[in-house]
Design a protein. Sequence first.
Length: 319
Amino acid sequence: MVMVKYSILIPVYNGAKYIEKCLDSALEQDYKNYEVIVINDGSTDETESIIKRYSSPKLKYYYQDNEGVSNARNKAISYAKGEFFTFLDSDDYLTKDALTIIDAKIDSDIDLLSFNICVVNKYKEPIYHVQKPVFSNLNGEQAIIKFIEKTQLFDTPVSYVYRTAYFRENKFLYAPNRVHEDFGLTPLVILNAKQVMAIGHTLYYYVITDRSLTRSNNPIEIKQRAWDMLYHFDYLYLNINNNLQIEEKTKKILNNFIALELLKKIKELKGKVLKEYLYEIKNRKVLKLINQKGLKNKLLVLLTSIAPKIGSKVILRKK
């Protein structure tokens, strides 16, 4: 029996408006040896009926009660039969030759392969490209330094191909019932890898939809998103500084990265939640983690300590 080479994993919740384009791109790959796994995370719209119109033997469909995208990702990984897997969000789509290009580059020793993504609007018009560095056969520590130096947008999980055995052996899990799960796990997936490759091809189209632009203004949900960032920060800080055998220089680069990511959240907050969040940041001594070499960085830290909202906007512009 021939082993499936690739698994395309699609978590979906109420994705009826875009799931057809997503599935078409997954099922019409010009590469042949792969499967597509869809986890319906308790959708209440027409998502299920649209998926069930497809009769492709490559498609494996599972339904679960609404548990969130992290749980859906974890479940999809547990079902994957492929030697490698990649994620595809239900609003987005792949190029037709994505797997063919990946297969021409990858080999069984690669734990992680990175590719580029293009952010487009709902009319498929490009907004910007996320261009990550190109390299071959770096270890995880070397790779993450390259990613951080090139772009702050390297942690989106949809822009990688993962060796399934590597992911499972390390017992990686997206934190259940929390948002910002990419920030909380992707850096560790990279750091633990023995071999990472990054190719310069744009294979993934990330669609900015009305759903992408709309976030709940519910104060409870706003606070929960902020506290999820703090949760992931604590988890990453512990691993970076205590659990991983990495150089001190790398620790400083990573601490700077996770500190800046935490500060970016300030822009979304106000009132009591902002005050509480700033207290948590101060309690964690986050500003001390920021690289203060050079006048610009020193001024940024000073500005953020005096006027956090303005400081967070400056950080976002640096992204």
